[in-house]
Design a binder for this molecule. Structure first.
Ligand code: MN
Ligand code: MN
Length: 330
């Protein structure tokens, strides 16, 4: 369950209303890289970890909840940037200065509000809404959760990178020192989360390739040159590959290779110590290990989600909740 505390995580302030920046900041409220997306992504991912990986469950729920706090800071900032709009809109009978500026008539306001974001005038009455800065509604498809931590944590590292750069871009569009201060805080927290996800990924070994299956050594180190003209070379196509430590095979003419190998079916592994047999055995071993971790932690009947403490504060085990045991080594 959740509690709400009335204090913001960070002291958000604005110097003066600025509906134009309020609209831009919607990007981090209801946009594809915004705080609600982050909160929902980590929240949804957490369910699959609850039993098998309680340490990652704890981290995902902590960060998801912190992101909700960021959503609150962004919403509060948008509301402050639109200060006065709602009250003045309510004064429906009179022409008045909605943005609190002298000689700013209701007509001027209607023009200003609509040119900035029609929904501030017609829908939200001068508050945040769950859209991006272009008015595109927030959607659940922004959320990536694939039930595998080696995949999900990488999605999160990417999500934090995007959240960070959007704050960085946004900072170019305001000179309000209070707003800049808040954005600096939010951006910094994304950098912290990036590292937390990276550290968590590192505790899972092996974690490459993402998922379970090890990938086919016939194709894992091919670099396929699909462009004409001068070719760029770098560690992505020469030397050893960073994940599997195989020698990159540069395929100068992919079409010729495809013709010669009957659509790569007669391709032999080169520049790698991995063989089809070694891959099959690694696949088997890791499949067993990963499925055992999850199965062991998942009861098949009398399934309950959590324990409740006795009145004296001691934890009590429910019948359907399995005890955590160290994972057996083969
Ligand atoms: Mn955040
Ligand atoms: Mn974050």
């Amino acid at each position: 369950m959740f509690y709400h505390s009335k204090e913001l995580q960070y002291k958000a302030r604005v110097s003066k209303p600025d509906p134009r920046f309020a609209r831009l900041l919607l990007e981090q409220f209801g946009g594809g890289n915004g705080e609600l997306k982050a909160a929902m992504q980590y929240f949804v991912q957490a369910f699959a970890c609850h039993n098998p990986y309680p340490d990652k469950y704890d981290m995902l729920m902590d960060i998801a909840t912190e992101e909700l706090g960021h959503l609150e800071i962004v919403g509060a900032t948008i509301q402050m940037l639109l200060a006065g709009v709602n009250g003045n809109l309510k004064d429906a009978a009179e022409s008045n200065d909605v943005f609190g500026e002298k000689n700013f008539s209701k007509e001027d306001f209607i023009h200003a509000a609509f040119s900035v974001n029609p929904q501030f005038g017609t829908v939200t009455g001068g508050g945040p809404c769950l859209t991006d800065s272009n008015g595109v509604p927030w959607q659940g498809s922004y959320v990536n959760a694939n039930g595998d931590l080696t995949v999900d944590l990488r999605s999160n590292i990417a999500a934090e990178s995007r959240a960070k750069i959007v704050y960085e871009y946004l900072m170019q569009f305001t000179d309000d020192p209070y707003v800049l201060d808040t954005l600096n805080f939010l951006l910094t927290r994304e950098v912290a989360h990036f590292q937390q996800f990276e550290a968590a990924l590192d505790t899972i070994q092996p974690n490459f390739p993402p998922g379970v299956l090890q990938s086919d050594p016939r194709y894992s180190n091919l670099y396929s040159n699909h462009s004409l003209g001068e070719d760029a070379r770098g560690p992505w196509n020469e030397g050893r590959s960073p994940g599997l430590d195989e020698e990159w095979q540069y395929i100068e003419d992919p079409r010729r290779q495809v013709l010669e190998t009957e659509g790569l079916t007669r391709c032999k592994p080169q520049g790698t110590e991995r063989t089809e047999a070694s891959v099959r055995s690694a696949d088997k071993k890791l499949s067993k290990e990963r499925s055992r971790e999850v199965r062991r932690a998942t009861p098949e009947s009398n399934i309950e989600w959590c324990d409740y403490a006795d009145s004296d504060g001691r934890k009590k085990r429910s019948a359907g909740t399995p005890r955590r045991q160290p994972v057996e080594q083969e």
